[in-house]
Design a protein around this ligand. Structure first.
Ligand code: FE2
Ligand code: FE2
Length: 384
């Protein structure tokens, strides 16, 4: 008889611990297939990612787990508990045997649930160890209550979705806990970090806001492609123009208070000041303390010598995001950026230098230093 494992949980987001449990349950022949039930059996918890987003992240994570799939959405009713979920699945898969896969942490609570006996009548339990819980003792306790329970003999899972969310909010990609495709999905959609998009939207005109999202989208894709931190790229991109709408007098006041520049050419130019002032706002107003992210914001207009890969990523994403109207050099920057961020940034800066020289606008010594440095770096790269 077909043995179906029911794996219910928030999966907000799904992490490597979940994947490992499924792979083990299948490879040790505890079940023939697994049905994931996002949100199932957790009627009182408000998800942070939308149900659709949870399902999409699960879909990405299940690519490497044959015989595991997401339960049909129609089987889930809002607010239903574990028993209702299992009954709905049993009706849909009549003739199969069912095993409820559960972590030792959840089981500890479930055993004290007055209605738990009805769940245990419906299906077996497969208990997986969690760090901080004595899974063996809990399994014996369940057996003593007449529950058909067995323990999955694997290392205790020492990660959780809440830990992943905390790491994401701290600008980590949490790569040790989530699959790269899931980390990319999270960075692309701004999940689990403060709602920067909602905070920025009222402060920007529609073009600037669309540009900001465009820079975020391209920065995450470039970070993914070049193996750079995607969360940092996403947040630096979202905040890179946070000071752009300020009046020159406001930018100058910030520049004065935080001693951003003594250079009169810089102090009279919104174009040159808004990156430096934006880094101040990012730190003070948006509580960003990562130096690399702040530098990516600070130097996104001018560049500088010795730019980090993240700084180059934001610089290039700003220059080449999909919403940019065509300008001389744009096609070349878009072609180069997938091979070499320094080369793409260099082409962009040389174009800016030519434009500024022809228009008589203020020009930064930082850009001159960046061009010299990037020229040297790309020549070394080409001769290596
Ligand atoms: Fe800008
Ligand atoms: Fe920008």
């Amino acid at each position: 008889m077909r043995r179906i494992g029911i794996f219910a949980g928030a999966f907000d987001p799904i992490h490597k611990g979940h994947v490992s449990i499924m792979q083990n349950a299948l490879s040790k022949s505890k079940v023939d297939e697994i049905l994931l039930v996002p949100g199932g059996g957790q009627p009182y918890r408000t998800p942070i990612a939308s149900p659709q987003q949870q399902r999409e992240m699960i879909g990405l994570a299940l690519r490497d787990v044959p015989h595991a799939r997401i339960a049909d959405e129609g089987l889930l009713k809002p607010g239903q508990n574990a028993i209702d979920t299992v009954r709905a699945i049993m009706r849909a898969y009549a003739g199969a045997e069912f095993t409820y896969i559960i972590g030792a942490d959840k089981l500890a609570g479930l055993l004290h649930w007055p209605k738990a006996g009805r769940l245990f009548e419906l299906c077996d339990l497969l208990i997986y160890p969690r760090a901080g819980y004595n899974a063996q003792e809990l399994t014996l306790f369940a057996l003593a209550r007449g529950v058909r329970a067995q323990m999955l003999a694997v290392q205790p899972v020492n990660m959780s979705s809440s830990l992943v969310r905390t790491q994401i909010a701290l600008l980590s990609d949490a790569r040790e806990m989530i699959l790269p495709e899931v980390a990319r999905y999270i960075a692309q959609r701004g999940l689990y970090h403060p709602p920067y998009e909602a905070q920025l939207r009222p402060q920007m005109n529609p073009w600037r806001f669309a540009h900001t999202l465009g820079v975020r989208d391209l920065a995450v894709e470039l970070a993914w492609h070049h193996h750079l931190p995607m969360q940092k790229a996403a947040v630096a991109a979202l905040l890179h123009d946070c000071a752009k709408r300020m009046k020159l007098s406001q930018l100058q006041a910030i520049a004065h208070q935080y001693r951003l520049s003594e250079n009169p050419e810089v102090l009279k130019s919104n174009a040159l000041l808004h990156g430096k002032a934006g880094a101040v706002l990012a730190a003070v107003k948006y509580h960003i303390h990562d130096e690399d992210v702040l530098n990516a914001i600070r130097y996104h207009t001018t560049g500088r010598a010795h730019m980090s890969p993240l700084e180059l990523c934001i610089y290039v994403a700003d220059a080449a995001e999909a919403g940019r109207s065509d300008y001389p050099g744009l096609a070349e920057i878009r072609r180069l950026m997938w091979d070499s961020l320094p080369q793409a940034a260099l082409v962009s800066m040389e174009g800016t230098r030519a434009y500024v020289a022809s228009s008589g606008q203020g020009y930064s010594l930082d850009t001159e230093a960046a061009i010299r440095d990037l020229t040297r770096r790309t020549q070394q790269h080409q001769s290596a």
